[in-house]
Design a protein around this ligand. Structure first.
Ligand code: FES
Length: 175
């Protein structure tokens, strides 16, 4: 069985990444442990990348080269998979993902003010990650629990009827 062939969306691995060496040794070891978990099997490329994403919260380019070399899959194919799936990120992501719902039901209950407060508290805009790599902020259009609006989700936890003055304590409760 071969790994799925997916379109390369124009991403070109850069020379610097090819040299490696900019990623801490412990990261290299973590990636080795993950690859070993799957016995270095070629058809396990996606699960390997999923585990690296879960462990590091993104896919460092150097880790992709490490995967490519270890399981003998062309780097172009590894990058194709890594850039095809939305679940993968090539940019560092925060340990926690904060989603603020801006759907209609949440919007009419003050979701914009909630978002503005989160932006102030984290000093980032949607799509960005805090400098301490603790939080990534995103917005969504509905979380399917409109009656609880305005809703904020942190990782897998939902917080309904959110108020601006609760944001700081909510964020502070995450390590
Ligand atoms: S609009 Fe926010 S949960 Fe549906």
């Amino acid at each position: 069985m071969t790994t799925p062939i997916v379109p390369n969306r124009g991403f070109k691995p850069n020379e610097e990444a090819a040299k490696g060496g900019t990623v801490p040794l412990r990261t290299t070891k973590k990636v080795s442990v993950i690859i070993d978990r799957y016995k270095g099997e070629v058809e396990q490329l996606i699960p390997i990348l999923q585990d690296i994403q879960a462990e590091l919260h993104y896919l460092p380019k150097e880790a992709l080269f490490q995967v490519s070399e270890t399981i003998s899959v062309p780097i172009s194919q590894v990058f194709s998979v890594a850039t095809f799936f939305k679940a993968f990120s090539l940019k560092p992501r925060g340990k926690h993902l904060v989603n603020v719902c801006l759907g209609t039901a949440c919007h009419v209950r003050g979701a914009i003010k909630i978002l503005e407060q989160v932006e102030r508290s984290l000093e980032i805009s949607p799509g960005e990650t805090s400098s301490d790599l603790k939080f990534t902020l995103e917005t969504v259009n509905c979380m399917g629990c409109c009656a609880l609006g305005p809703v904020v989700k942190v990782d897998t936890e939902y917080f309904g009827q959110m108020k601006t003055d609760k944001i700081d304590s909510l964020l502070a409760s995450y390590e």
